[in-house]
Design a protein around this ligand. Structure first.
Ligand code: OOG
Ligand code: NI
Length: 315
């Protein structure tokens, strides 16, 4: 009799790959993120140690250059191969960005914390490189060209914490930053995890209310992104988000200049119960009964978590 069954709870279905391998890849990305970003690392520890909270990630986010295969599809491939489904597109014309989000497969298991909990949504954006100035395009295309087939190995790059192209000069970084802080961020951080998002409503009270969580984070001395107000609220008022200001890390440019550059941040999201499920008893409410997806107005402000304005503003 077969000892392995497709329904043994480990979700090793032939169509969506091995869950344990997939989570190991995500875990590598998470490790790079935690090592580089002390704010995110400390906040995760603080929230977890408060009342022995289990952390569920709402989503993971990545940034890319939308040019010659280096865009969203370079990073989405991993997730699609492991059962994720492409959902909606979001447009940010002023920032010259577009994004896609993906929902996770319905796998059982994942009873741990973080990457070992319920699989998160994924939010991947790309810079619309064609719309940039010729000077900016030249810099971006120089590095994506130097990356060769690197975009086919974005997951390896993200999990190892290395770029798929050589380091830029300080001048190139600055020139890009003047036109698009997103572009400059992506040039020095590549496929590194841009942020993880803690699912606020899946924490124990009182931190399951995002306002309490925000207060908790600020009381511990961390700065939240204040763009358009600390709490970002969707028009239907069912998706509430906030985020820290990104940490900075020392970076040595190719010309020897050493300077700190913005790295990653951590986000918090509370998804409220949809109106049609408002009468469900609280212990019957699951993630599927809550507001799904993302919101352009919220996201537009959350992008600013790595901006110079937010990094240099007084606390
Ligand atoms: C993504 C910003 C948007 C969200 O949840 O709406 C976002 C980024 O900074 O790359 O994370
Ligand atoms: Ni996000």
């Amino acid at each position: 009799f077969s000892m392995v069954s497709a329904s043994n709870g480990s979700q090793n279905s032939s169509s969506s790959g091995d869950d344990s391998f997939f989570r190991s890849v995500l875990s590598g990305m998470e490790q790079v993120y935690l090592n580089r970003n002390p704010t995110a690392n400390t906040i995760l520890e603080l929230v977890q140690s408060t009342d022995d909270n289990q952390i569920c990630y709402d989503h993971l986010a990545y940034r890319t250059f939308g040019v010659d295969g280096h865009g969203i599809e370079s990073m989405s491939k991993l997730f699609l191969d492991f059962g994720y489904i492409e959902r909606e597109e979001l447009r940010f014309p002023k920032k010259k960005l577009k994004a896609l989000w993906f929902s996770p497969p319905n796998v059982k298991g994942g009873s741990g914390s973080g990457i070992h909990g319920p699989l998160p949504r994924v939010f991947i954006s790309e810079l619309l490189v064609d719309q940039m100035s010729p000077e900016a395009q030249e810099i971006i295309r120089k590095y994506t060209r130097l990356s060769g087939a690197g975009h086919k190995h974005s997951a390896v790059s993200s999990a190892l914490g290395c770029l798929t192209w050589p380091k830029p000069s300080h001048m190139e970084f600055q020139q890009l930053a003047r036109e698009s802080e997103y572009a400059a961020w992506t040039l020095v951080n590549g496929y590194a995890l841009n942020h993880v998002t803690i699912s606020a409503h899946r924490l124990k009270p009182p931190l399951n209310d995002i306002n309490n969580l925000n207060q908790f984070i600020q009381d511990k001395g961390f700065k939240l992104n204040s763009e358009g107000g600390v709490l970002k609220v969707s028009p239907d008022s069912l998706l509430l988000q906030s985020s820290t200001v990104a940490d900075s890390i020392p970076f040595e440019f190719s010309d020897g200049v050493k300077e700190t550059v913005p790295c990653s941040y951590i986000e918090f999201a509370q998804r409220l119960v949809l109106p049609q499920y408002k009468d469900l008893p609280q212990d019957k409410v699951e993630e599927v009964h809550r507001r799904d997806g993302f919101e352009v107005g919220n996201a537009d402000k959350i992008f600013e978590s790595t901006s110079k304005d937010q990094l240099t503003r007084a606390a």
